[in-house]
Design a protein around this ligand. Structure first.
Ligand code: NAI
Length: 335
């Protein structure tokens, strides 16, 4: 029986990279049946909502979705589609691996950092209210949500033979909220004596990331710091074009690239699809198709080392030419 996957082609460059993802999955002989829906700007224009109810029902049924970036319509009152989906399905882990690849322009070698960003609370609860001369934004940090993301990070490190987990915070100033996150981390690290556990204040962490990124292995952080440093880390390994992500909950997972809908290059045929393809590889790992995930990563890595890479990586290839090469390499392997 075909495996059903909920698929969102998104806005801007979304449809271009989704088409390439489907080509690659087909080359990998994955028997997927896609349930496709509009979300984001185009859904809003068509149905007046950012996430149609049928899309939510489809994720509930299939428990797995892959999503290209969406544009958040400009104006007040629009809650980000991404934040809504994460909260709706309690996708508490934002998993963002970043690794230097040969052929991707970067000032650094040997960067291999996996970040676990808490995905459901902190300032992203979006609770802001007016005071006499301005506004207050609520930052919520709870024991339960801190514990589950920290547990996930340590368990990942244990299963994947990673050496170290670093907790990022600002507990010197936010003594209660970030203080709780750090305290929880320090309590839980005792359960993992074979993993080095340290912590860094966010500002120092940013400085250390750009001066000596190879000292980092796994990182666990509350939502906002995790959001900011994962873009910084994407910059260390070659930019947003190569940064994949996964949002994972107890029984639902949604895979997506870190980048946005890039309206400035949409429709030009030059977008780098790597981030979404690597998010696809994360999805394959998640559903147990590890060999196909491995083949996909190998084909991407090899292609990036040739002249068939996209402009953002210093090449001349169009999106289509880049993926043609990946598909050829997949076709040459034994499946
Ligand atoms: P962006 O990530 O779309 O673009 C930033 C810069 O990176 C642009 O110059 C773009 O051309 C370039 N870029 C991004 N992805 C690329 C790729 N795959 N290949 C080559 N170049 C690439 O961020 P921006 O411009 O701030 O946001 C545009 C829209 O995307 C906004 O409406 C924003 O709300 C939305 N957004 C959606 C996200 C999602 O759905 N996951 C995440 C971030 C932003």
């Amino acid at each position: 029986m075909k495996r059903k996957i909920t698929l969102f082609e998104g806005d801007g460059i979304g449809p271009e990279i989704t088409a390439q993802l489907k080509r690659v999955f087909e080359a990998l002989k994955l028997d997927f049946e896609y349930e496709e829906f509009l979300i984001g700007q185009r859904a809003y224009e068509k149905y007046g909502v950012l996430i149609p109810e049928e899309a939510i029902e489809s994720i509930k049924r299939n428990k797995i979705a892959i999503k290209a970036p969406v544009t958040t319509p400009i104006g007040t009152g629009f809650k980000s589609v991404n934040v809504q989906l994460r909260l709706l399905f309690d996708l508490y882990v934002n998993f963002r691996p970043a690794k230097t690849m040969h052929g991707v322009p970067s000032k650094y070698d040997n960067v291999d950092i996996v970040t676990f960003r808490e995905n459901t609370e902190d300032l992203y609860v979006g609770d802001e209210y007016e005071i006499e001369d301005g506004y207050v934004a609520k930052k919520i940090i709870t024991k339960k949500c801190s514990e589950r993301i920290i547990r996930y990070a340590f368990e990942y490190a244990k299963k994947n033979n990673r050496k170290k987990v670093t907790c990022i915070h600002k507990a010197n100033i936010l003594k209660k909220s970030d203080g709780l996150f750090l305290k929880t981390f320090n309590e839980m690290k005792e359960e993992y004596p074979n993993i080095i556990a340290d912590n860094k204040i966010i500002d120092n962490a940013c400085m250390q990331l750009v001066t000596n990124p190879s000292q980092f292995d796994c990182i666990v952080a509350p939502n906002l710091y995790g959001d900011i440093i994962t873009d910084l880390i994407a910059g260390l390994v070659g930019g947003l074009g190569v940064a994949p992500a996964a949002n994972i909950g107890e029984d639902v997972a949604i895979f997506e690239a870190v980048h946005g809908s890039a309206p400035d290059i949409a429709g030009k045929g030059i977008v780098n699809p790597t981030a979404l393809l690597l998010s696809g590889a994360l999805m394959l790992d998640y559903i147990g198709e590890n060999y196909k995930a491995y083949l996909l990563r190998k084909a991407i890595e090899k292609t990036i080392q040739t002249k068939f890479k996209t402009k953002d990586l210093g090449g001349m290839a169009t999106t289509e030419e880049f993926v043609n090469k990946i598909v050829n390499l997949i076709n040459q392997s034994v499946l």
